[in-house]
Design a protein around this ligand. Sequence first.
Ligand code: TYD
Ligand code: MG
Length: 457
Amino acid sequence: MAKTRTQHVCNECGASSPTWVGRCPGCEAWGTLVEEIVAPTSGGSTARLGSSASPVPIGAVATDEWQALPTMIGELDRVLGGGLVPGSVTLIGGEPGVGKSTLLLQLVASYAKRSRRSLYVTAEESAPQVHQRAERLGLLHEQLFVVPETVLPHVLAHIEEVKPEVVVVDSIQTVHDPALTSAPGSVSQVRHAAHHLVGLAKRLGVAVVLVGHVTKDGSLAGPRVLEHVVDTVLDFEGDRQQGLRMLRPVKHRFGATSELGLFEMGDTGLRDVPDPSELFLADRVRDVAGSVVVPTVEGHRPVLVEIQALVSNSSLASPRRSVQGVDPGRLAMLLAVLQQRLRLFEARSDVYALAVGGARVLEPGADLGLALAVVSSLTNRALPDSLVVCGEVGLAGEVRRVAHLERRLREAARLGFTQAIVPPSDVEAPVGLKLTTVASLGEAIARTGVAASVHPI
Ligand code: TYD
Ligand code: MG
């Protein structure tokens, strides 16, 4: 076999160099060169390029082969918009230990159970380890094939041989091609492997799912460098200590990227969480100052989340602002509004704010709730139990409209809430829910009575 020739190509401008250099000879960017295999070229005839497609009117394009195969895992199908598309490549990124291998083992098993042949390429764990996990989770099915493999050409050969409908490669960072001199997990190896897997997926019409590890500082090559190569990128995240896991689409060529999938990690693997509001409000303590329930929307899905704030005197030169699951920038803005517009807050205080239960509420629609939670903590007056609050707050302290208000309110009514403070709108209140519209943060504070008197400036 002829020795494979490699070259170094700039990620930014595409200039090439036979050896690695720190600075691109083309665009002069630093550290952008990656190693690539040079495909042998011979002859210039287009016949070598294979058959080419003929242009057809757009209405006549055949779409049958692009029908998604449902995974039958409810939350995964929700995020994917119906299932995996044959010939597509999906990348699932997440920190080690979040549950990627578990989710994907459940995924291939779900297909295998319905007699769709599936292949799980394990490049990190041994085959007995995967077997053990599958056995414990009750996922041993005849059509589920497993192979421990880290060498790219072998992985490709296994896929050609088994001819599965769905393949999982766990993980893309541990698969490498010995023809490249760079280390497994390096940018060039990861891109090279992904490139070949994408080509094979399209050619065979097999749905490929790649696992990519990301560390907190994003230092490992993986999801980031592959985003443009694959069809779909999903982020799998959650606290390792807590059971809750969230699956979010970052890029999706076959559907929306606004959906959120929720899972709970238990003793028998990952379980769907079809009713997140119930989960987030499960341990709610009532009549506590600094707590407020906010109806948020994730994708098309309304989710009620409890937001808590705690304000205390600070002994620090620069007071602490500690947040979890809420946007620190928005909190800082709201504190400034409370301080400057309403004289209700002193910058010398420490402020802690969090979304309970590992939820993440970054949308501006949570502003009013967060601000009321802060005021409630400051004055030590609790908000009513039966109240939900939503609205965006502007720099003048005005309350602005939020999207999908009707959907949010229906969810609040479903869970038994009876009062809602909302921005001015002509939305009809669902049965059992009394709406109070407020035009400003000061008005919301006055209406709820969390602060005795407010003096807008
Ligand atoms: P894993 O899928 O191996 O994570 P990743 O592939 O993202 O690194 O799972 C990680 C954790 O999940 C592991 O620490 C144990 C836990 N776990 C459970 O709690 N229950 C289970 O049924 C399984 C399979 C794993
Ligand atoms: Mg794993």
